[in-house]
Design a protein around this ligand. Structure first.
Ligand code: SF4
Ligand code: SF4
Length: 399
């Protein structure tokens, strides 16, 4: 009988220790059961192999982000930047291993060495220079509201409305900020904005791994919020919501934070908003990972949609609520240039359209942009509307 060959694996303890130092400690908990790999949206894409269950072991062996050979490093970088931070793996892992955090540790190391995707470098650069990922002028950040009669925030107003970067600058997403403002005005809510004093919340840049830029933006925002006496914040984006609520307190910024769907659902229950115009369409609601799985806000957007006369709300079979599949835009995914047959968004759009819905309803600017672009590239025309836009239309106002 042939003698068994022994295989020696060399541990790169320097890289392992650096990864643990940057937050990858959860790697010790993983016992490679494989549940994370099967729930990961890349598994559904099917054309890209992303063995999530091996990431813990690779971390402990110091193999993640360790290659000194150019092509091998490029493959490592591609793998490390595949994660869209949807957290489906954390939700399903028997031990709650935080895979995105492990990968973020690797990203921080790669960012420090300048070895990360060029498109993301450009985003980080823009955020560093002008505090938004689009490279737009900070002076023009409040222009979207010029015809809406919105005051600058001061402490006599109950809420700060934080539009976020895409609704402040993007032509399509400005319509979402417009609808939001008009609904809040309709219901008599007192609120103001920060205009040119608003900076990106920093959530995306932190998930890309550029921690220093994140902390600069965070500190600037906290200083501005405190200077004008902000206590309560309404956000358009679940991403701003998450970082304000869960991460700003670590830097001394403690605020009461609401996602817009929470406020709208309450205004409907209190009858301060009463939609009267019929919306005679079949609508499917897509749970954004950051709002649903990561913050347990599932019912509020549905309360809003169900309150609208003649709107038929449908669900994606099997993949709704905490099993919703990511749009692919999180953790820098919005700016990644993956090839057509490797798009998570296309998997999700097909699931949403299979319901027979005439409209896709969303509650996140990233999802809206991702789905609109994907639907267009698929040669389809199904409209994607935010919950705020649908409600505003049902209140008798058409854009
Ligand atoms: S589900 Fe959790 S324990 Fe199982 S392989 Fe994935 S990270 Fe490891
Ligand atoms: S967070 Fe989502 S994309 Fe990232 S590894 Fe987990 S399941 Fe996959």
């Amino acid at each position: 009988m042939a003698a068994k060959k022994s295989v020696t694996i060399e541990i790169n303890s320097e890289i392992r220790d650096a990864l643990i130092e940057e937050g990858a400690r959860d790697a010790y908990k993983c016992y490679q059961c494989g549940k994370c790999s099967s729930i990961c949206p890349w598994f559904q894409v099917g054309t890209y192999e992303f063995p999530v269950h091996r990431l813990g072991e690779e971390t402990l062996l110091g193999l993640l982000a360790s290659s000194e050979e150019k092509d091998e490093l490029a493959r490592e970088v591609d793998k490390i930047y595949r994660c869209v931070g949807c957290e489906a793996c954390i939700d399903q892992c028997p031990l709650g291993v935080n895979i995105p955090k492990i990968l973020r540790a690797a990203r921080r190391i790669l960012v420090d060495f300048g070895s990360y995707p060029e498109t993301l470098k450009s985003v980080v650069q823009k955020l560093r220079n002008v505090a938004n990922p689009l490279g737009e002028s900070p002076e023009r950040r409040g222009d979207w509201s010029s015809e809406l009669n919105v005051p600058n925030y001061d402490s006599r107003l109950e809420y700060l409305y934080f539009s976020g970067c895409l609704p402040a600058y993007d032509v399509r997403l400005k319509k979402v900020a417009n609808a939001t403002v008009r609904l809040l005005q309709l219901a008599g809510v007192t609120f103001g904005i920060l205009g040119e004093k608003e900076n990106c919340c920093g959530e995306a840049v932190r998930r890309i791994g550029a921690e220093k830029v994140y902390q600069e933006l965070t500190k600037r925002n906290i200083e501005v919020f405190n200077a004008v006496g902000v206590k309560k914040i309404i956000t358009t984006s679940p991403h701003c919501y998450t970082t304000f609520k869960k991460e700003y307190p670590d830097f001394g910024g403690v605020f009461e934070v609401f996602h817009i769907t929470q406020i709208l659902a309450r205004l409907i229950v209190e009858k301060k908003i009463v939609p009267q115009k019929a919306f005679k369409k079949k609508v499917v609601y897509h749970d954004p990972c950051t709002l649903g799985r990561q913050n347990s806000i599932y019912e509020e957007p549905r309360i809003v949609l169900r309150s609208i006369p003649e709107l038929e709300l449908v669900e994606v079979e099997n993949f709704n609520h905490n099993l919703s599949v990511c749009c692919g835009a999180g953790s820098g995914g919005l700016w990644q240039d993956w090839q057509r047959d490797e798009r998570i968004a296309e998997v999700r759009v097909n699931q949403l359209l299979a319901t027979g819905a005439e409209v896709i309803a969303v509650a996140c600017p990233y999802c809206l942009q991702m789905f609109e672009e994907t639907i267009k590239s698929m040669g389809k025309t199904t409209p994607v509307l935010s919950v705020s836009e649908i409600l505003y239309e049902a209140c008798g106002e058409v854009f």
